[in-house]
Design a protein around this ligand. Structure first.
Ligand code: SF4
Length: 711
């Protein structure tokens, strides 16, 4: 500080990825016209990062300015008071429901909002409006892992913890470029690698994660299930499965074994189908067989597929058959993309679940309804993200509220999403910034941004951490939970009268303490030890992993006793068969387009696009292509190229690289109308879905590539 006094340190949590790093922030004297200066450092006491931050976290101070912020409510483009905007939203939702029923409205929310926000939005839609139509953009990143967990474990439970990544002798990265998408965790594993840990990467692309690995299996796209099934067949063949563990804790082994027998599981056949060298496949098999302390990480590359659930199950099957779960250094581990994807999963932010990992089974639904005093609580799941926007397009949903997300860029077939928003009779967007989606809003509601919000998030290892405010609310911006609660009250509903985020959290925690809902089944998602937090103890809450039982202690690892959350307490192995992508390539579209993230940008760049250091890493949209394809097509490295699918065209710089498999293309998904409209990629993607999870197949759309100007 200029006056020599030390700035107060505020401990909060990074708003970007699912690692959930602790951040120490100090507000300084403002050099800029918007009056904000912030220095950040990693919180050495936070167990997720132990003081480390990646490039995105380090640049947080450059992203807290007020450029592009929504600072006042608007109705039809004109400034409005909160009272008028709230009353209008309440009236239009109430009138729509009265005329067309509760399923004629929807909320589309985000892994950026806090657990308290999720809880309140879910309570309004599922509890009081009485529709399941609330879904989250987390549907795009980890819904397939959720579906696999539910089938195998009986609930959406992540068994392991980050410490397992330190303790493992072998880490398998399946469709997970951790070096770019979860950099702080990757640094942790690099340190373990220096101590002898082995790394195997399963990914069609030679990513930075693959670059330093002991073994990279650049499998043919969509051959993951074939590979993992082949591994399981091999382990059975050499008697390296744990038959005692299976007998005591697992159902379904025989059915899975019978399914494996439908195909030739010889290493030669598996290697041929996965298009990897036989020696490499055998090396993977040997590493897996020789190292009982194995963590198998899986992320978007596995999940974003029309068979994402099957891919997850094929990984879980191997771990269950070998008993590599619930033990230090040994587990399957789905890593989430967003800072609070887990919080949304917990509180019912997904259309197919109720709060507290309860389903729509009558007993579950009645427990939640009783707890909320909401007799109209939804009785059936709502529409998942892509189907929700299709229903808007078809006129079945007539009012939608989008919270803190930008579906006009991020959903597949984003052009159709824009058409849907354009057609929708009433669109509300609450966000901290103007986005491509706010352009379609009848009502815009200004929400708090990171650095102003106050509440909790849950990271990929089930660890609940506090996000704390560093700055006062700018303009008229408000907390998301409060915006929703005010609309709920204006709609005439009781039960939304909280005075603070602490009181919202306490209610949420009480819902999971099942004595409050009459549930004696002993579910794992239990926050009983947090259900009596006072505003002071909530404010001081240290990072803690759920379940947090009544004595206040957290739980690093699940299933240590071999009991799962199924009716008989046994895990389930589920037979899965390899399948190709939803859309096959043809002569017109002979390449497979894959969209994803890059190291230094986040989602649609609303924050990271403000940081010069982050923009330098990849300043323009690009498309990666293998040299053989580039030569055949006349595309030159560093020149502009057109990427074309049946849904449209994008223009991007060609990066000719052997990191890309022949026949494949990769484009980042970050660029927007504001930064580079011609480089938007997800509007090219087919809206093909995993039939169980509803997760889109961002990793494959048939495409062709052309030089920008053909000679
Ligand atoms: Fe933030 Fe993730 Fe980087 Fe940690 S690893 S600083 S949570 S973006």
């Amino acid at each position: 500080m200029a006056d020599g006094s030390a700035a107060a340190l505020v401990k909060t949590t990074c708003p970007y990825c699912g690692v959930g790093c602790g951040v120490s922030g100090a507000v300084g004297q403002a050099p800029s016209s918007d009056g904000r200066a912030l220095s950040v450092a990693g919180d050495a006491a936070h167990p997720a990062n132990l003081g480390r931050l990646c490039s995105k976290g380090t640049a947080l101070g450059a992203t807290v300015g007020l450029q592009g912020r929504l600072l006042e409510p608007t109705v039809n483009g004109k400034a409005a008071s909160w009272a008028d905007a709230t009353a209008l939203v309440a009236k239009r939702f109430r009138d729509t429901i009265a005329r067309h029923g509760p399923d004629s409205v929807a909320f589309y929310v985000s892994g950026q909002i806090l657990t308290e926000d999720y809880y309140v939005a879910n309570k309004l839609m599922k509890g009081f409006i009485g529709s399941g139509n609330i879904d989250t953009n987390s549907r795009l990143c980890m819904a397939s892992a959720v579906a696999a967990h539910k089938q195998a474990f009986g609930a959406d439970l992540v068994p392991g913890c980050y410490e397992d990544l330190d303790l493992a002798d072998l880490v398998v990265f399946s469709g997970h470029n951790a070096a770019w998408t979860h950099p702080v965790l990757f640094r942790r594993m690099e340190a373990a690698k220096a101590r002898g840990q082995k790394h195997v990467v399963i990914d069609p692309r030679r990513t930075d994660t693959a670059e330093g690995a002991d073994l990279h299996l650049a499998i043919a796209p969509q051959s993951d299930v074939r590979l993992w099934n082949g591994l399981l067949a091999h382990l059975i063949r050499i008697d390296a499965v744990d038959r005692d563990y299976i007998a005591a804790h697992v159902n379904g082994f025989d059915a899975v074994e019978a399914t494996l027998a439908e195909l030739d599981q010889s290493p030669a056949a598996v290697a041929a189908d996965c298009d990897v060298a036989l020696d490499d496949l055998l090396s993977f098999y040997k590493l897996f067989a020789d190292n009982p302390k194995t963590v198998s990480l899986f992320s978007m590359g596995a999940n974003q597929s029309a068979q994402g659930t099957a891919k997850g199950l094929s990984i879980l099957n191997v771990h269950l058959a070998t008993g590599r779960i619930g033990k230090p250094g040994s587990c399957p581990f789905s890593i989430t993309g967003q800072p609070n994807a887990m919080g949304g999963r917990e509180t019912g932010g997904m259309a197919n679940t109720l709060a507290g990992h309860m389903d729509f089974a009558p007993a579950d639904r009645d427990r939640v309804a009783r707890f909320w005093g909401a007799p109209d609580t939804a009785r059936a799941p709502g529409l998942k993200a892509v189907d929700m926007f299709e229903a808007i397009h078809a006129g079945k949903i007539k009012a939608v509220w989008v919270m803190a997300t930008n579906p006009a860029v991020s959903l597949p077939d984003a052009g159709r999403v824009r058409e849907a928003l354009d057609r929708c009779p009433f669109v509300v967007v609450s966000d901290c910034v103007e986005t491509d989606t706010t352009a379609f809003a009848d009502v815009k509601l200004p929400a708090l941004a990171w650095g102003e919000k106050d509440g909790t998030v849950t990271n990929s290892e089930r660890r609940i951490s506090r996000q704390r405010a560093l700055f006062p609310a700018p303009g008229q911006a408000r907390a998301d939970w409060r915006i929703v609660a005010d609309v709920a009250k204006a709609m005439g509903f009781d039960g939304f009268g909280w005075s603070s985020q602490a009181s919202v959290f306490r209610e949420w925690a009480r819902l999971t303490a099942y004595e409050n809902t009459g549930d004696e089944t002993g579910r794992v998602l239990n926050l009983a030890g947090l259900s009596t937090l006072t505003p002071e103890t909530y404010d001081q809450l240290l990072p803690i992993q759920w379940p947090v039982r009544a004595d206040g202690r957290g739980t690093p690892r699940l299933f240590t006793d071999g009991r799962f959350q199924t009716p008989d307490g046994r895990a389930r192995m589920v037979p899965v068969r390899p399948k190709g992508p939803a859309d096959a390539m043809d002569a017109a579209y002979p390449l497979s387009l894959n969209t994803g993230r890059i190291r230094d940008q986040w989602h649609t760049m609303t924050r990271t696009g403000l940081a010069p250091d982050l923009c330098r890493h990849a300043p323009e949209p690009f498309v990666e292509v293998h040299p053989a394809d580039a030569e055949a097509l006349g595309v030159q490295d560093g020149a502009l190229a057109r990427v074309i699918t049946v849904r449209g065209e994008a223009v991007a710089l060609a990066k000719v690289t052997e990191r890309q498999r022949p026949g494949g293309l990769f484009m980042p998904m970050h660029w927007t109308d504001a930064f580079a409209p011609s480089g938007r990629s997800n509007h090219l993607i087919a809206p093909n879905l995993d039939p169980t999870s509803g997760q889109p197949e961002f990793k494959h759309t048939p495409a062709r590539l052309r030089p920008y100007r053909e000679t």
